[in-house]
Design a protein around this ligand. Structure first.
Ligand code: IFM
Length: 471
């Protein structure tokens, strides 16, 4: 495999963002199942995604993560590529079924050895590792035992977190526990479009509680291990968030925005930061037959001090409380919560491009939660084409990144404590239920040859970091 850097003149000129020049981490991000491949190597066992990919119709084209970007094998080359982008940091996730096959028992030496090498290689290249412990690849055995709706999974996660931290915490300072627990719970257990593919709202809410509990228990154990070893540790969690607003000033639309915010944002944020679940949501859950399985002390465990809150931002929505016919309740008698398009351009995921929502979101989080913020994912899928000369001139992605970086700069200018930005994604990769159809990379991956090509957006990002830093 060869990698090569793009040499053409960027179509969108790189620009300096003076507000992002200092005390600010620039990075790129990936996750284990989306890029590693080698799903049967060195003692790794199946995760819920290996299983889900085999369910007919679950993933576009029947795609799987079996090969993905072959990063497990190409890691040294890939780290060189990251270094060539001139970023400070690389955010990756650790595959639980590699490190602790089956989700129980001792560390698998060969599995952790891969991450040992990755971390050392990053450090040799002057890149700071940012490790995420869980980016959706639950060991299948734990799903067979009940998955996230079961309380024991939280205990298992905390154990895995401590084992992993003890293996890598001497060199990795920046840790996040979970990536996007909303997706794990809601897409995986309620909507059934992600692994493990269940469709039960109550189970999804139980999953939320146990994911958050697992985060809190993991944080306690990692902090204790860090103190024991005298390691520096920066610990956080990553949420997928947008800025929600009512589509009009009507009572129904404001109620719809409130409901969406309760279930999509405050359920996580209030528990993690304030140690309580939102009262308005708690009051409404019994009407849909749900009670959260909270035991005494759980919320104190969940609300561990956070050094940072990771924010994954892709789009924002406005909400209405009426359906297309003006009805305010659906066929089950539940209040309507419906999104109304802004009428803005969209990405290949059909997500509207709303950079102003990122500024608003960061300011809101800063004001209401007061935890240092890092944009741990932001980027876009577009239908890239490869030109005859082999280059990918993805102007639309350049514009997306430029608009959102400007939105972060604006939030900083207005006083929000935002400490970093990670482009999603370093590579085109396995986009979950969409398989390989959706390309988010600033580096193109040819899945037949595993050749990497830095896209126009990758070159733009590299030059923008350089220019911002005055290098
Ligand atoms: O690819 C995903 C990633 O795994 C989690 N955040 C959103 C990205 C784009 O859908």
């Amino acid at each position: 495999m060869t990698t090569h850097a793009t040499t053409t003149t960027p179509l969108g000129a790189p620009r300096a963002f003076p507000e992002l020049a200092e005390n600010f981490t620039w990075g790129v991000a990936t996750s284990a199942y989306q890029i590693e491949g080698a799903t049967e190597a060195d003692g790794r066992t199946a995760s819920i995604w290996d299983t889900f990919c085999r369910v007919p119709g679950a993933v576009a084209n029947g795609d799987t993560g079996d090969a993905a970007c072959d990063h497990y094998r190409l890691m040294p080359e890939d780290v060189k590529l990251i270094a060539g982008l001139g970023v400070d940091s690389y955010r990756f996730s650790l595959a639980w079924p590699r490190i602790q096959p089956g989700g129980r028992g001792p560390v698998n030496a060969k599995g952790i050895a891969f991450y040992d090498r990755l971390v050392d290689t990053l450090l040799e290249h002057g890149i700071t590792p940012w490790a995420t412990l869980y980016h959706w690849d639950l060991p299948q055995e734990l799903e067979d035992a009940g998955g996230w709706p079961e309380r024991d999974t939280a205990h298992r996660f905390a154990e895995y977190a401590e084992l992993t931290y003890r293996a890598l915490g001497d060199r990795v300072v920046n840790w996040t526990t979970l990536n996007e627990p909303w997706c794990s719970a809601m897409l995986g257990y309620h909507e059934g479009v992600h692994a493990p593919g269940r469709r039960d709202f109550s189970e999804a809410l139980h999953a939320v509680h146990h994911l958050l509990l697992g985060h809190g228990m993991a944080a306690q154990r990692m902090r204790a291990a860090a103190a024991e070893a005298d390691n520096e540790l920066s610990l956080g969690i990553v949420l997928n968030l947008g800025h929600g607003s009512p589509a009009s000033d009507s009572e129904q639309d404001r109620e719809a925005a409130r409901r969406s915010d309760a279930l999509g944002a405050r359920l996580y944020l209030d528990a993690l930061v304030h140690g309580r679940y939102p009262e308005d949501l708690l009051a409404e859950l019994p009407s849909v037959g749900v009670t959260l399985p909270v035991q005494e002390g759980d919320l104190a465990t969940i609300a561990q001090p956070l050094d940072l809150l990771g924010v994954n931002y892709y789009t924002s929505h406005q909400f209405t409380g009426t359906d297309e016919h003006g009805e305010t309740t659906d066929e089950r008698g539940l209040p309507v919560v419906r999104t109304v398009p802004f009428g803005l351009p969209r990405t290949a995921m059909d997500w509207e491009i709303v950079p102003a929502g990122l500024t608003r979101l960061l300011l809101r989080l800063d004001r209401e939660y007061g935890v240092p913020l890092v944009v741990t994912e932001n980027g876009a899928a577009f239908d890239d084409t490869v030109a005859a000369d082999g280059e990918v001139r993805d102007e639309d992605r350049v514009a997306y990144l430029a608009g959102h970086l400007a939105a972060v700069a604006e939030a900083r200018a207005q006083g929000a404590d935002v400490r970093g930005y990670f482009a999603w994604s370093l590579f085109d990769n396995f986009e979950w239920a969409y398989g390989y159809d959706k390309r988010f990379g600033i580096v193109r991956v040819d899945y037949d040859t595993q050749r990497r090509t830095v896209k126009e957006s990758g070159a733009w990002y590299r030059d923008t970091v350089r220019l911002t830093r005055g290098r």
